[in-house]
Design a binder for this molecule. Structure first.
Ligand SMILES: Nc1ncnc2c1ncn2[C@@H]1O[C@H](COP(=O)(O)OP(=O)(O)OP(=O)(O)O)[C@@H](O)[C@H]1O
Length: 268
């Protein structure tokens, strides 16, 4: 369903972000991309929804080469390929529900969405997705009142409400503490498996990558240096990807502490 055929990407300043990437990702796979800072993880992910444009090769998404899509076709691609960011990208002054409904923008007319006229079916879908990530009780609160982990769950609910075939997640837990990171990754994996979504996640910590990935892709200096199921990953794999032995800093740590506490839930 996603295929990179000899894809390279040279940034305008001449820097080679991706070098001759060949890669095939099947429907429903949960793939984690690892690599040192600057290895090209974001560049690879962002080329799939064309936030950046490959300069050579073919990138096939759902049977179509997307490297040269323009305007309407590009909007169509971005409706089908949802994105989760490290910084959540939510509108903090709006309600949680309204943020989730923003996932329908690609499906609803612009005027309807500006006016906030969403069909009942969209509202039901948004509420169901909030329930799936455990924050439906917060639907009518301002998004800014929620904790970091809850704000990232808003963005997971939003991307589900978009009903994409593919989810891209660029360092989705990099701003969260370790227990919350695990909780959010578990939610993301659960919902993407339930819906059979192809999910590609950049992660910084290799123990997290091993815990949640079906398959690991390793990048180094814009090149693909490892691609295989986690059963094939050995300590040497990471030495190859990182170009050095693994350090403690490369590990997030165990999922053995309580998640960040929501004071409001405690008081209730
Ligand atoms: N617009 C740009 N112009 C020039 N170089 C860029 C541009 N965007 C990214 N780069 C460079 O491309 C390389 C890969 O960047 P990218 O953000 O994909 O890496 P990454 O593996 O995601 O790193 P990190 O973990 O730090 O986010 C880096 O050296 C970066 O400086």
């Amino acid at each position: 369903m996603i295929e990179f055929k000899d894809v390279s990407l040279v940034y305008p300043n001449g820097f080679k972000g991706l070098k001759n990437i060949n890669l095939k990702i099947e429907k429903g796979e949960f793939v984690v991309i690892v690599g040192m800072s600057g290895a090209g993880k974001s560049t690879l992910i962002r080329s799939i929804n064309r936030m950046v444009q490959p300069t050579s090769g073919q990138l096939i998404v759902n049977g179509r080469d997307i490297t040269n899509l323009k305007d309407r076709q590009l909007r169509g691609l971005r409706t089908n390929v949802g994105m989760i960011f490290q910084s959540y990208n939510i509108v903090k002054r709006m309600s949680v529900l309204r943020n989730v409904l923003a996932g329908r923008l690609g499906h609803t007319g612009t005027l309807r969405s500006i006016l906030g006229w969403f069909p009942q079916s969209d509202l039901q879908l948004a509420m169901r997705n909030l329930e799936r990530v455990g924050i439906d009780s917060k639907a009518y609160q301002r998004a800014s009142n929620l904790s970091g982990g809850q704000q990232q769950r808003i963005s997971i609910a939003r991307v589900l409400t978009q009903e994409p075939a593919v989810i891209l997640a660029d360092e989705p837990v990099a701003s969260l503490d370790p227990p919350t990171s695990h909780k959010v990754m578990k939610d993301l994996k659960k919902v993407s498996k339930e819906d059979g979504l192809t999910t590609i996640v950049n992660l910084h910590f290799i123990d997290m990558a091993m815990e949640y990935a079906d398959r690991i892709i390793g990048l180094r200096d814009g090149e693909l240096v490892f691609d295989g199921p986690i059963s094939e990953v050995t300590p040497e794999t990471f030495v190859e990807i990182y170009g050095r032995p693994i350090k403690e800093d490369d590990l997030l740590g165990k999922d053995d502490e309580p998640e960040e506490v929501d004071l409001e839930d405690v008081v209730k």
